[in-house]
Design a protein around this ligand. Structure first.
Ligand SMILES: Nc1ncnc2c1ncn2[C@@H]1O[C@H](COP(=O)(O)OP(=O)(O)OP(=O)(O)O)[C@@H](O)[C@H]1O
Length: 252
């Protein structure tokens, strides 16, 4: 697969007694998109949230197993979770810009991580918005509220915000499901650009989207990974009957 940015090894996630993710082991390429697909409730989002320890915030949630980024297991107690989330960004289903200007949305993270120089921040804002294909649309209104942007622009702003702190990995939980078709196409185009530079893991309900944007796909069912393969193979010649049934729309 080439260089690996992230590996889950024998990962299980429990909500109280309920085991939502069961012994999942997956490797993710350093540059490329992996799609996580499967019917509602099969554990995709729970697994995704484990990858940057967002499940720590859920009181009765317990995670076992290992998640390796380079030579570190991020589940170890010594992990600095703030530094970890700088390296692993997250984009949610609904765009969630801060109630601040476009500029401040982007500058917030780098400033929090110690960059105070205005010229440097200006550069980061421009670069991040450019990479998120949003610069042309926003360069004349940087100091206006981010909430005045359209939903699709807000989602690209959230992607720009996550890029601004120079992550290695970007996790996306159904990032286009709240968007109209034109905005969805723009976000998909953006994902296709970003995969040249980042490891992207995306949860999607939209099989066509998985086929369009990802090189690898993992099919989840009842908390387990049934099949993990190149997206082309998975969609044209799945090896497991459950995958074939799901992809052809027979359930889920
Ligand atoms: N905070 C929580 N507390 C308790 N149980 C939860 C919590 N979040 C999810 N679950 C349960 O864990 C299981 C997996 O849920 P999860 O949201 O990860 O699935 P999913 O595949 O992402 O579903 P969807 O596609 O509908 O978003 C489900 O049975 C769900 O009810």
């Amino acid at each position: 697969m080439g260089e690996i940015a992230l590996s889950a090894k024998d990962l299980s996630v429990y909500y109280g007694e309920h085991r939502a993710v069961k012994n999942v082991s997956l490797d993710f390429a350093a540059k490329g998109v992996t799609a996580l697909i499967g019917p509602s409730g099969c554990g995709k989002s729970t697994f995704l949230r484990s990858l940057n320890r967002m499940n720590d915030l859920i009181p009765n949630c317990k995670v076992t197993g290992e998640i390796w980024i380079r030579d570190r297991d991020i589940n170890s107690r010594s992990t600095d979770v703030v530094a970890l989330r700088q390296k692993i960004g997250m984009v949610w289903q609904r765009p969630n810009p801060f109630h601040k200007s476009i500029y401040e949305n982007i500058a917030f993270g780098p400033r929090y991580h110690g960059i105070k120089n205005k010229k440097q921040l200006d550069e980061i804002v421009e670069q991040s918005l450019t990479k998120a294909a949003l610069w042309e649309e926003t360069k004349d209104r940087l100091h206006k509220s981010a909430l005045a942007l359209s939903g699709g622009q807000q989602q690209r702003l959230c992607i720009a915000r996550s890029i601004a702190v120079k992550p290695d990995i970007i996790l996306m939980d159904e990032p286009a499901s709240a968007l109209d078709p034109v905005s969805t196409a723009k976000v998909e185009e953006l994902i296709s650009e970003l995969k040249q530079e980042f490891c992207i893991v995306i949860v999607t309900h939209n099989m066509y989207q998985a086929a369009r944007v990802s090189e690898k796909t993992a099919f989840f069912l009842h908390g387990q990974v049934v099949e993990y393969d190149s997206t082309d193979k998975m969609f044209t010649d799945p090896q497991k009957a459950e995958t074939s049934d799901y992809i052809s729309g027979r359930f889920g």
